[in-house]
Design a protein around this ligand. Structure first.
Ligand SMILES: Nc1ncnc2c1ncn2[C@@H]1O[C@H](COP(=O)(O)OP(=O)(O)O)[C@@H](O)[C@H]1O
Ligand SMILES: [Mg+2]
Length: 356
């Protein structure tokens, strides 16, 4: 999978611009606020269907314009494809693949696999569990439509459930409504949990090796999916899920939200047996974040047989020389888009100057 070009019309600070990319390393150089992150954002949106920076599509429309347009050309299995997005001020988006409008957003997933790494991802270790769940969800959704669908439905039911718990005050009525919903919730939840267990099982090996290498074999990184329901067959996960929902009924009534479920899970991260979420130094946090991202790349390759496109936003300046070298070495086999304000390394690359 390989990105050939991006055309932007009224997207962020771009009025009308086409950028061509080469395979391998593409270095996007420009001063602060020149639009480097905006360019990566457009590629991310094209692949993942949402922005890493905002939940509102309309934020990406150039100020004073009515709509924004992104067109990405990709090469996959020797054939060329286009992905087009139009976004309007009502926050509506229209997406087309090869000129054919999409019916469901999930159809976009897998067209262009992205691994994104920015200074914000460096916070993956110490931030709230939300960020670590997002990491799993975005990775898994890109290569598994079932996962994405289960997650969308799951989130919708949790929202519906929470609304009911908040607004309805008759416990019998609530119980009656939850009877049907909870079985579905447990079913989607079981799909999510099973996949997350598998995901962490796979990436933990890659991540441990990278982390060990970067730390000169002095640190042992251990990842575990943190979930109240143990790993098992999908049917037993579902059964256990439903049991826990029932056990938590009184609690949910008094809290007025859904207190149990995979929307509260986390990834446990330990370095030499110590919880890194609490105790990791800044250097260790960066190494873990880097190891997780590189593991994500290996995961994509092993699952889909295709290499994702790597987007590195301002991360080189955040890493020391040895981590930087490691990252560049590992990204050498991928199409990589790197932004930076200046680039001194003597590498074979395609230089994209912003503004051109
Ligand atoms: N919707 C928008 N319309 C026009 N300009 C925007 C919009 N959103 C952000 N910008 C501008 O984009 C610039 C930031 O671009 P960015 O890609 O973050 O810069 P950098 O090159 O530092 O990564 C800022 O000048 C900001 O004002
Ligand atoms: Mg930037």
């Amino acid at each position: 999978m390989h990105l050939e070009s991006v055309t932007l019309k009224n997207f962020r600070n771009y009025q009308d611009k086409t950028v061509l990319f080469k395979d391998g390393l593409n270095i996007i150089v420009g001063q602060n606020a020149s639009g480097k992150t905006n360019l990566l954002e457009s590629v991310y949106v094209a692949g993942i269907g949402r922005s890493p920076r905002t939940n509102k599509y309309k934020d990406m429309i150039r100020w004073g314009s009515e709509y924004a347009y992104i067109k990405v050309t990709i090469k996959k299995n020797k054939s060329t494809h286009t992905i087009e997005y139009s976004i309007d001020r009502q926050d509506k988006k229209r997406i087309a693949i090869d000129g054919i409008p999409l019916v469901k957003l999930s159809e976009i997933l897998g067209m262009l696999n992205i691994v994104f790494f920015s200074p914000d991802e460096m916070k993956l270790v110490k931030e709230s569990p939300v960020e670590r769940r997002r990491f799993m969800d975005i990775s898994l959704s890109q290569q598994n439509k079932n996962y994405f669908n289960a997650l969308s439905k799951y989130n919708a039911i949790v929202a519906q459930r929470n609304k009911l718990l908040k607004e309805e005050h008759n416990p019998d009525k609530i119980k009656e409504m939850l009877y049907g919903w909870d079985s579905q919730l447990a079913s989607y939840g079981a799909t999510i949990i099973l996949k997350r267990y598998e995901f962490i099982e796979k990436i933990k090996v890659f991540a441990r090796n990278t982390h060990s290498e970067i730390s000169n074999n002095s640190e042992n990184l251990q990842l575990e999916y943190e979930c109240e329901i143990p790993q098992g067959e999908i049917s037993s996960i579902k059964e256990e899920f439903l049991k826990k929902l029932n056990e938590n009924f009184e609690k949910d009534l008094s809290l007025q939200y859904t207190s149990f479920g995979c929307h509260r899970d986390d990834i446990s991260i330990k370095i030499n047996g110590v919880d890194a979420r609490k105790f990791a130094s800044q250097g260790q946090q960066r190494t873990v974040a880097l190891s997780l991202k590189l593991a994500e790349i290996s995961f994509f390759e092993s699952e889909t047989g295709e290499k994702p496109v790597l987007l590195l936003d301002d991360v080189l300046s955040e890493l020391d020389a040895s981590r930087r070298e490691k990252l560049l070495k590992l990204s050498a086999g991928l199409q990589t888009l790197i932004t930076c304000t200046e680039f001194e390394e003597n590498l074979n690359h395609n230089l994209i100057k912003i503004p051109q």
